[in-house]
Ligand binder design. Structure first.
Ligand code: PLP
Length: 378
């Protein structure tokens, strides 16, 4: 393990002093990629590494995926694509889900990035650039099939069908759409979106198709088409309820104990005094709080684990610390400097998300920038 493998250059403090330690298993990430490739059948797998690879660290994640054969990646914002261009070899295709801003088409084309064209306005800009450069510039066309977020709506589709010059002047690699309820296998909206997409495709020039995110991949092969765009599954989070495939967990999070103390009956713990000890108890304060992405909604709800023993969060989660009830541990077992598990064998990202009243995506993308980061099995 290379000691200088911290996630961000600004975090490269060899002096240590971290309140938490995030371990990222790149071997597990690669395992998950291979598993998704097997599941995708004929469809190409393009890895979604937006939002710093869901908080996991795009500068390590993207090369690790490239090393096991991935040649196409998606980010959300153009700014992410510009920096990913410098991280990956030139052979990699990089798609930008959020299209480009007015006037930025040239910069996108210069960096050989592939925008997802979401509106007639950006289509017009891309066509104008293709004409000006006498070049069929690569792009992806997105149709909205029932999410009302991004992509051409039914009306815009009519305009495109009436004047499909985009397909002659640009190199439209894929027509894509996005599922709104992919992690709910039984939700009828999945089939409705699929039916709509199929009808729309019949009206446009034959073009490869992309529909499924992680959840979509687990809905069945009819959702896979020619290319799939998994994100969360790569990072080890099962997006659907069924556990047929074995995704490996990618991240583990440990927090350091700063102090332990005795609290007498009636004593209050934390901001607002929201927790009051009913009887004498022992408390450990750990050096991770909401400033590290450990959600404040875990106040008096969540837990940490020590050697498999559940240590409930008591009181409000603070910015830089969280208080745990350690009364169930024999005296003097958990001490200042020791580590407790926040995410790991006993508590998954999904467990934390459920307790916090959110979704695993939000837990991952908020992973703290203050942690010591260890990338293993790279
Ligand atoms: C984020 C995103 C994905 C990846 O979704 P996961 O649920 O993380 O697999 C795929 N496609 C689009 C359009 C997205 O915005």
């Amino acid at each position: 393990m290379n000691r200088s493998s911290h996630s961000c250059p600004e975090q490269n403090l060899d002096g240590g002093g971290y309140g938490g330690r995030l371990t990222i298993d790149l071997g597990a990430l690669q395992h998950n990629y291979r598993l998704l490739v097997a599941r995708a059948g004929q469809a190409r797998v393009c890895c979604v590494v937006k939002a710093d690879a869901y908080g996991v660290g795009v500068h390590r994640v993207a090369p690790a995926l490239y090393a096991v054969g991935c040649r196409c990646f998606f980010v959300a914002q153009a700014v992410e694509a510009f920096s990913l261009r410098h991280i990956l070899p030139v052979a990699a295709d990089i798609g930008i889900l959020n299209d480009f801003q007015p006037g930025e088409a040239e910069k996108i084309a210069d960096a050989r990035l592939i925008p997802v064209l979401n509106s007639l306005e950006s289509i017009a800009e891309w066509i104008a650039l293709c004409r000006a450069r006498r070049q069929r510039l690569a792009a992806i066309l997105q149709l909205d099939s029932g999410m009302s977020r991004l992509g051409l709506d039914a009306q815009a589709l009519e305009r495109l069908v009436a004047d499909p010059v985009l397909f002659q002047l640009a190199d439209i690699r894929y027509i894509m759409s996005h599922l709104a309820c992919a992690e709910e296998k039984e939700n009828p909206q999945n089939q409705m979106q699929l039916d709509y997409l199929r009808r729309a495709l019949r009206r446009l020039p034959p073009t490869p198709v992309s529909f499924a995110n992680s959840g979509g991949l687990f809905l069945g092969s009819r959702f896979a088409f020619d290319m799939v765009r998994p994100g969360i599954a790569l990072y080890g989070v099962q997006s659907s309820q069924e556990k047929t495939d074995e995704l490996h967990p990618v991240i583990a999070l440990e927090a350091r104990v700063i102090q332990t103390r005795q609290v007498e009956a009636g004593g209050r713990v934390g901001y607002g005094g929201s927790y009051q000890a009913a009887s004498p108890m022992r408390v450990a304060t750990i050096a991770v709080g909401y400033g590290d992405g450990w959600p404040r909604t875990l106040s008096n709800i969540g837990a940490a684990f020590w050697q498999g023993i559940r240590l409930p969060v008591i009181g409000h989660v603070s910015m830089d610390s969280t208080t745990l009830d350690i009364s169930s541990l024999p005296q003097n077992t958990l001490k200042r400097g020791d580590g407790v598990e926040l995410i790991g064998a006993h508590q998954t990202v999904g467990d934390v998300a459920r307790d916090a009243g959110t979704i695993p995506y939000e837990i991952l993308t908020n992973l703290g920038r203050r942690y010591e980061r260890h990338y293993i099995n790279g």
